[in-house]
Design a protein around this ligand. Sequence first.
Ligand code: AMP
Length: 280
Amino acid sequence: MFIFRKAAQLTDFLSGTDRPTGFIPTMGALHEGHRSLLLRAAVDGHLTVVSIFVNPTQFNDPADFNKYPVTTTEDLKMLQDSHCDAVYLPALEDVYPQGTDQMPVFDFGSLETILEGARRPGHFRGVGQVVARLLEIVAPQHLYLGQKDYQQCMIISDLIRQKNLPTRLHICPTVREDDGLALSSRNRRLSPAERSRAGVIYQCLVSIEAKRHTTAFSIVAQECEALLQHKGFEVEYVALVDADTLTLLPDYDSGRRMVALIAARLGTTRLIDNLILSTD
Ligand code: AMP
């Protein structure tokens, strides 16, 4: 496994191979969710490139950025053991040689103003900037993202469309703990007591799916909010959207592909999750 700290070195390395590249951008503190993306790219037969970069421009809350977990030694060990061919581990200046203010700004329309965009102003602008830059450096044929960040997948899909890039996007299933909690680098901030309650988010998503033929969504959403609050969460949203456009839906609509999404805080930790509703 090669480790590159400079974009120019990585680009040189990639220009010397004719294998298609499968790229997995991450912010480190790697877990089995990240590893599943890497393994998928390896199974697909691609040269696998993982980036580890905690991008400051996508954090609307500086405190969140400052306490974002950094576990580089463990991350590199995991990658080494998981079929990773190359790691891009840059400093800030390598990603933004002209500074962060000089980067192009993309307009994602309503995709960036609802749900996560409404709760984290500027977040997707930062995501657009960093992913555009990483895709410029790596120029991958294949990009692997986790469904865990559903709205982010939609944003990046739109970015690829706007820039007309020859990159194919693969959205991979969310990896979960036994109680349904979606793996996340932020989970390690949960206290044992919080961790024991955190699986409730997934239970709520499952109940939203289970009740789609029997109960109005507004009622199910109220039940979920009440349960989450009872378990000590501060609920940000329990939402149902069109899976293709991310338009908010007031009620279930069997004529569409739907996704249920939840964001809630447990203590100081903000958790998000989603479930694509089955269409039967
Ligand atoms: P992050 O390091 O949080 O920026 O995530 C890097 C990539 O890993 C993103 O495409 C995430 O959607 C994906 N990812 C994060 N958690 C999971 C998970 N539990 N299952 C699958 N993919 C995930």
